[in-house]
Design a protein around this ligand. Structure first.
Ligand code: NDP
Length: 280
């Protein structure tokens, strides 16, 4: 069996075009403010890509850079200022933050009506209770990929490798909300393969290259590889793609799978927040 390759790039492109067409009909552009604190090179690349895609879709974006030594107070003051700026509909605090800044405190400052990543405690609580009004972009993109490929989630066994607040846990909740039977694995899981082999839907989000080998995949499973690992100038996921695609029914490539979907969902969330604010 050779797997169907889930073309995240093409699916994301269609979503972007739809958003662009809708934005063109609006009197005022939706606005996104991205905050980067510190010198994390990956964060700079991600924010650059997000802003470029915003521009292509006609969404206004601005970037706010704080130095590596920035204090929590400085970041909170900036977030509060952006909370009050009319042209800004969406605030993105790029993670990770430097160690002297509490991520929880910072995310708690983002006004719920501008929380484009769904990371604020209020939105996290809503997702927990089954309300998906504003959910994080990567999990939302993963679910959209499953839906676009016609994957039935209801009643399926879903295994997620990774339990971070930004990928693993919200993805697990979204799958649970769709009636999957969910297992969450992490670095302390004993015998990871025993769990992954039972997965009809396997989500790899550990950030460990080739963690998931073909023998850990159930024949005919749907495999979503979230990992982005850089080594020797090459980007790879968490799944041993070459071998895995001979075992899975469908699989996402890295790059070109979940990554473009994350950005497409950011645009979608920005537009949604813009429309909701206009209605108030
Ligand atoms: P984190 O480092 O925050 O979390 C990684 C998770 O994987 C942790 O829960 C960790 O367990 C678990 N883990 C690590 N090693 C193993 C192992 N050997 N076996 C089982 N579980 C393991 O990462 P993120 O969730 O932020 O990101 C995960 C990956 O996804 C990264 O490669 C990241 O770059 C990528 N990513 C991709 C995005 C995209 O748009 N495509 C967006 C966001 C992230 P424990 O909790 O016990 O430490």
């Amino acid at each position: 069996m050779t797997a169907q390759i889930i073309d995240g790039k093409a699916i994301a492109q269609k979503i972007k075009e739809k958003i662009k067409a809708e934005v063109a009909t609006l009197g005022k552009k939706p606005g996104l403010a991205a905050i980067i604190a510190g010198d994390n090179p990956a964060s700079k690349i991600y924010v650059g890509m997000k802003r470029k895609t915003c521009k292509e879709a006609g969404i206004y974006s601005e970037e706010h850079k704080l130095p590596e030594q920035a204090t929590e107070k400085e970041l909170i003051e900036l977030i509060r200022k952006l909370n009050n700026e009319d042209k800004i509909d969406a605030i993105l605090v790029q993670l990770p933050l430097p160690p002297q800044i509490s991520t929880e405190k910072a995310l708690n400052e983002v006004a719920i009506e501008k929380d484009v990543d769904g990371f604020s405690p209020a939105n996290v609580g809503k997702l927990m209770a089954g309300n998906e009004n504003m959910v994080p972009c990567t999990p939302k993109g993963i679910i959209r990929l499953l839906e676009e490929t016609g994957t039935k989630i209801d009643g399926k066994s879903a295994v997620i490798v990774g339990r971070s607040n930004i990928v693993g846990k919200p993805t697990a909740l979204m799958l649970l909300n769709r009636n999957a039977t969910v297992t969450i694995c992490h670095s302390k899981t004993s015998n990871l393969a025993e769990h992954t082999r039972k997965a009809d839907i396997l989500i790899a989000a550990a950030g460990k290259p080739k963690l998931i080998t073909a023998d850990m995949i159930k024949k005919g499973a749907i495999v979503i590889d979230v990992g982005i690992n850089k080594a020797d100038g090459e980007i790879s996921g968490d799944v041993d793609y070459k071998q895995a695609k001979e075992k899975a029914a469908a699989i996402t490539p890295v790059p070109g799978g979940v990554g473009p979907m994350t950005i497409a969902m950011l645009l979608e969330n920005t537009l949604k927040l813009h429309k909701e604010r206009k209605q108030k």
